[in-house]
Design a protein around this ligand. Structure first.
Ligand SMILES: NC(=O)c1ccc[n+]([C@@H]2O[C@H](COP(=O)([O-])OP(=O)(O)OC[C@H]3O[C@@H](n4cnc5c(N)ncnc54)[C@H](OP(=O)(O)O)[C@@H]3O)[C@@H](O)[C@H]2O)c1
Length: 254
């Protein structure tokens, strides 16, 4: 039974895997047997994360590039294909927020947010999917957010990017479904990572989210490991274009 969750022989690229949710999901894929290529912008940090995965008995490589840099991203993906002859799994995870009141959002803020959290995912997915279609098997996972469906003040570009990412997944899923490639999203709730340190430190916000979550806690990066392995493996073979919400019950409760 556990065989359908095995990622033995698979090659995965996880963007934004130097910390937080991306690193936890990379650890999950490596534990299930995949060789995981860790992306982020800082090679030295990625080397430490690779060592962590190897110390736990997994296989990892690093690919330092900014996901907004088209040429660097293309070159990194070409290098993975040259080394391994395949890329089976892509997790589009890298992103950051640019918190601003709506009327303070400049065109540059808007463009930057959508570039990192949506445009880059389109470009990486387009390139990865071409190889996946050629080999007849692939898994693309977009890291969305509960904020794709429920808003929060000062977060409009991020909310827009995440809603777009779910649309991108549905569009790609429809076209690629008959060619062996599935495209799904994970929408995490509020997970304690660097991305929301400043928000958590504002008076009352940590408690507000904790109390707004039926499980009465913030999520931890490890809470995404199982979902990532499921969506990357044979276990999810008949599922595409969907959003797995992992939020401690936040979006099913008022
Ligand atoms: N934490 C939450 O509550 C939550 C909830 C819903 C959705 N999410 C989503 O989950 C994903 C991961 O967030 P997180 O909470 O793990 O954030 P995080 O701890 O801040 O980690 C972000 C990761 O993305 C990388 N990154 C940022 N910009 C990049 C770029 N331009 N190119 C390449 N790598 C880049 C960072 O590495 P470097 O800085 O070293 O480059 C880091 O590894 C994001 O898509 C976020 O929107 C998070």
């Amino acid at each position: 039974m556990t065989q359908i969750f095995s990622l033995q022989g698979r090659v995965a690229l996880v963007t934004g895997a130097s910390r937080g949710l991306g690193f936890a999901m990379a650890q999950g894929l490596a534990q299930a047997g995949a060789l995981v290529v860790l992306n982020g912008r800082d090679a030295a940090t990625l080397a430490l994360r690779r060592a962590d995965i190897e110390a736990a008995g997994g296989q990892a490589e690093i690919a330092a590039f900014d996901v907004c840099d088209r040429l660097a991203a293309d070159a990194a993906m070409d290098a993975i294909l040259a080394r391994h002859g395949r890329l089976d799994i892509l997790i589009n995870n890298a992103a950051f927020g640019v918190p601003r009141d709506f009327f303070d959002i400049s065109d540059d803020d808007w463009r930057l947010s959508l570039n990192v959290a949506l445009d880059s995912c389109f470009r990486l997915s387009r390139k990865a999917a071409a190889g996946m279609v050629a080999q007849g098997w692939g898994r693309i996972i977009m890291i969305s957010s509960v904020n794709a469906r429920i808003g929060r003040a000062t977060n409009t570009p991020y909310i827009t990017a995440k809603a777009g990412l779910e649309g991108l997944a549905r569009g790609m899923a429809t076209e690629l479904a008959s060619r062996g490639v599935t495209v799904n999203c994970i929408a995490p709730g509020y997970m304690a990572t660097d991305i929301n340190t400043k928000f958590r430190e504002q008076p009352g916000q940590y408690e507000w989210i904790r109390n707004r979550t039926p499980m009465k806690r913030w999520g931890a990066p490890e809470d995404l490991m199982g979902a990532a392995v499921f969506l990357a493996s044979e276990a999810s073979a008949f599922m595409t274009g969907q959003v797995m919400v992992i939020d401690g019950g936040m979006t099913v409760a008022i």
